[in-house]
Design a protein around this ligand. Structure first.
Ligand code: V0D
Length: 252
């Protein structure tokens, strides 16, 4: 079946138990790219490039484990405060990623989605976004969502505004406003909430990522910088997640 081949392969020996209770949805805050480069005496943009190569690897690894949803925080609304040249460089990455990865993504049956305010992005970035979304829209495999110019509070606010508009238009009523009905107006809909949120590079906070969706997520933090992230780091995060689930299950 297109979109699901490759599963069940490439797991190192001794890791087969990893397959039980794989998180359905993993979200990652890919932090530490600039620091990784600086430590090596390289320009920060070299870290972003190295980080982009890890995006390819983590998509592969998650696909092979059978993760259904992978959400990647690539550019936050805070990132505009960085130096102009760095922002310009970041905005070219989607184009480059698209050019080198689209064939594999399509072959894997990956469906690429975007959340965040893409209207503020440069035209060439927006065009890549539109093109990638269009070329993968009919795929039925893993859903990879890139959060670009994304902020969680802004997303909740936009959902409320949208809902208010629907009330004004007579399409719904305030009485029908519930957690479930509001969630339909979030940009992540209809994806399930993340089971596991990973943040690299030592910061232990969510920084406006998936504010509404993260309330029950398991959080996993590592000192590993994003460009140093490997399958081993991913497996470690998943094992921790599985341990926590087993303990929690025992209490219930
Ligand atoms: C830099 C680490 C892939 C985080 C990963 C525009 C910071 C590398 C994409 C990408 C970024 C986006 C859209 C798309 C395909 C790929 C990306 C940005 C930054 C910000 F369709 N990596 N990546 N986008 N970095």
């Amino acid at each position: 079946m297109k979109g699901w081949f490759g599963r069940g392969k490439k797991l190192p020996a001794g890791d087969s138990d990893l397959r039980e209770n794989i998180p359905n949805h993993i979200a990652i805050i890919m932090d530490g790219n600039g620091r990784w480069a600086t430590r090596r005496g390289m320009p920060r943009i070299a870290g972003h490039r190295a980080g982009m190569n890890k995006v390819r690897e983590v998509i592969r690894a998650c696909d092979e484990l059978g993760v259904r949803y992978l959400t990647l925080y690539a550019f936050s609304t805070e990132n505009w405060k960085r130096p102009r040249a760095e922002v310009d460089y970041l905005m070219r990455l989607p184009e480059e990623f698209f050019r080198t990865e689209i064939n594999e993504l399509v072959e894997r049956g990956v469906q690429v989605r975007f959340i965040g305010d893409v209207t503020q992005l440069p035209t060439y970035t927006r065009e890549t976004v539109t093109q990638t979304q269009r070329l993968t829209a009919d795929n039925s495999g893993m859903v990879v969502t890139f959060a670009l110019n994304y902020g969680g509070r802004a997303e909740v606010l936009q959902a409320i505004r949208h809902y208010a508009g629907q009330v004004e238009a007579g399409m719904t009523t305030w009485e029908e406003l519930t957690e479930e009905s509001l969630a339909r107006y979030l940009s992540t809909f209809p994806a399930p909430d993340p089971d596991l949120i990973i943040r690299t590079s030592g910061e232990q906070r969510l920084s406006n990522f998936l504010v509404w969706q993260s309330v029950y997520s398991e959080l996993w933090f590592t000192e590993v910088l994003w460009p140093d992230f490997t399958n081993t780091t991913l497996y470690e995060a998943i094992r921790d997640y599985q341990r926590r689930k087993r303990r929690f299950g025992g209490l219930k």
